[in-house]
Design a protein around this ligand. Structure first.
Ligand code: PEP
Ligand code: MG
Length: 602
């Protein structure tokens, strides 16, 4: 019987294909005692499982090296050496000799090692915790004879739908982009790491499905509808035919929208809007540059680090940034310094935090690790010779963070000069406005920075005190809450007073209703995923800023997010309907992108 699971639409598109189920979690191990006569058997089971895990890890390692390079592949060398570690095997064998089964013994030892490493004051030791967990999952699934948990071995073009609990950094580097056509996860929300990653890769995705990993069968055919947040299991032939038809319509609409990619972003009442793209991976730069975007409004550099064993060095970063700058020249490219932490913890070795979103994240981490930060700043200053680079700082709460960065930037420039390396020293420095503190002190920030970019994903989170990654709070993550709208309006006002540009690069900018609200609040620069550029341009060309302003002004005074949304929706639908058939595609998008609905499986 067909089961339709409903989650959060994270990246648009329809795919029909086989499930690649990946349960990347430490399996439950039931206690099992063994007789003294079984010790040798258990020890040899342990040896066989470790050897097989090593063989698989070598395979993963080779594939990752081929696709992503030797540095990424190095993670798997670490895991191989854990599997082969003599002390580890001896500790497990000792427990087996005390009467524990191989799996229970392995589980207990790995648990102890993870705790021990996690408590270490040495960052390198702490970095090993996630590797230990990966090894624990691999070996235990072999000992317990669980279905293959490895994201390897899928043939190219398998058109598979990866169904997993959450997409961790280590899984991200392992999965084969030529075999995986879409992603479905139990965890995550529209602004969480997995959703951003899926949009960056242009893969259809539904997140926040809660229990999809327990509801689907590996290998079974499912339908994923990333536009509406639906995963359809066991679909009937009629349902498949219906979705094939829908996919054709979506493709046709996307093709039709392409006519707007090259058009100028001018509203129906003649206001010029600047539309840039969020490009997170250097490999996506060329595609992003053909989206019709006038440059890059946000490059999330932490994506360079996802799943890596070590941070990329200055030269590697220089190559990555230069690639994006060259692809978009002569347009501006805004590159954001590392926003590591929160739910984006690309490298291990970070202390466990009770509240990561309020923790050692982004600019805080960079300022506390000046050598790491300066390597990035040097790479940026070097890359700046290839285009119109602008550097942006994330999670700013105080002007002192900007001043400290300027000191490091000056040091970075001096170091490059001493080495005789070509670089620029006049790169504009801007900040992300994503905390209420930044909004409230925006007048002061505007005096010392060159531009603002509003990160609405975080601004909503920190204003409403709603964890952006928590699926249980998805209905409370209200970007149209009047408090958020007022903070955006205030940022725009202070930026204008200070004579600096104000853009919006959070997910709000990609959604027609919210983009309409932003234009009404005075925002004239938006940065969206490359796939959304044409649709947002179409919206811009269809609406009048005068109407958007009326709607947004009313929404600012609305009592609740629901009232604000209703007001905006009513105005926008009237604008679109006035355009007749030409706005049909937009009407559908406005409906698809209503505030996320977390309705349960049905
Ligand atoms: C934001 O917070 O809106 C933003 C663009 O940054 P990120 O999603 O990477 O935190
Ligand atoms: Mg942010």
């Amino acid at each position: 019987m067909t089961v339709v699971l409903s989650g959060v639409p994270a990246s648009p598109g329809i795919v029909i294909g086989p499930v690649h189920l990946l349960r990347w979690e430490v399996p439950e191990v039931e206690p099992r005692t063994i007789e003294p006569g079984d010790v040798d058997l258990e020890v040899s089971r342990l040896g066989a499982a470790c050897d097989l895990a090593v063989a698989r890890l070598r395979k993963v390692r080779d594939r990752v090296e081929e696709h992503a390079g030797p540095t990424e592949a190095a993670i798997f060398d670490v895991q191989i050496s854990i599997c082969e570690d003599a002390d580890l095997r001896l500790s497990v064998e000792t427990l087996i000799r005390q009467g524990f089964s191989a799996e229970k013994a392995f589980d207990l030892v790995l648990l102890e090692w993870r705790e021990h490493f996690g408590r270490s004051t040495n960052a390198l030791m702490r970095e090993r915790v996630s590797d230990l967990m990966d090894v624990q999952i691999r070996v235990l699934s072999l000992l317990l004879d669980l279905p293959d948990h490895d994201p390897v071995g899928l043939p190219k073009g398998a058109n598979a739908i990866l169904v997993t609990h959450d997409l961790t950094p280590s899984l991200t580097v392992q999965f084969d982009r030529e075999a995986i056509a879409a992603i479905a996860t139990d965890a995550g929300t529209g602004t969480s790491h997995v959703a951003i990653l899926a949009r960056s890769l242009g893969l259809p995705a539904v997140v926040g499905l809660r229990d999809a990993t327990t509801r689907v069968q590996a290998g079974a055919t499912v339908i994923i509808d990333g536009t509406h947040g639906i995963l359809c299991c066991d679909p009937s032939d009629e349902r498949i035919a219906e979705y094939r038809a829908r996919a054709r319509v979506e493709q046709e609409e996307t093709r039709e929208l392409q006519q707007y990619a090259r058009a100028e972003a001018v509203t129906a009442d003649g206001v010029r809007i600047t539309l840039r793209a969020n490009v997170d991976m250097p490999d996506e730069a060329a595609a992003g540059a053909s989206s019709g975007a006038e440059g890059v409004g946000l490059m999330r550099t932490e994506f360079l680090v996802v799943g890596r064993a070590a941070m990329p060095d200055e030269d590697e970063q220089y190559e990555a940034y230069s690639k994006v700058l060259r692809a978009f020249a002569p347009h501006p490219v805004v590159i954001r310094t590392y926003d590591i932490g929160g739910d984006k913890l690309p490298v291990g070795g970070f202390p466990h935090e009770a509240n990561p979103f309020l923790g050692w994240r982004a600019i805080r981490m960079c300022l506390d690790e000046p050598e790491l930060f300066k390597a990035q700043l040097r790479a940026l200053l070097r890359a700046a010779v290839h285009g119109d680079l602008r550097i942006m700082l994330p999670l700013i709460v105080s002007i002192s963070e900007v001043r400290q960065t300027r000191v490091l930037l000056a040091e970075a420039a001096r170091e490059l000069a001493a080495r005789g390396v070509a670089h620029r020293t006049d790169v504009p420095l801007g900040v992300m406005i994503e905390t209420p503190a930044a909004v409230i002190t925006a007048d002061a920030l505007a005096r010392e920075t060159s531009f603002f970019s509003i990160g609405t994903n975080d601004l909503v989170q920190y204003t409403l005190a709603v964890d952006r990654g928590n699926i249980a709070l998805v209905n409370r993550f209200q970007a149209l809450h009047p408090a958020v709208l007022r903070l955006i309006a205030r940022t725009q006002r202070e930026g204008a007073k200070g004579g600096i540009e104000v853009s919006v690069c959070g997910e709000m900018a990609s959604q027609p209703l919210m983009a309409f609200a932003l234009l009404g609040l005075g925002i004239r620069q938006l940065s969206v995923a490359p796939r959304s550029v044409a649709a947002v341009k179409h919206l811009v060309r269809t609406i009048r800023v005068s109407e958007a302003t009326l709607a947004a002004t009313a929404a600012l005074d609305a009592g609740t997010a629901e009232d604000a949304e209703l007001l905006l929706r009513t105005h926008l639908l009237a604008e679109l309907r006035a355009h007749g058939d030409a706005a049909d595609g937009l009407l559908a998008l406005v409906d698809a992108h209503i505030l996320p609905d977390s309705s349960d499986t049905h």
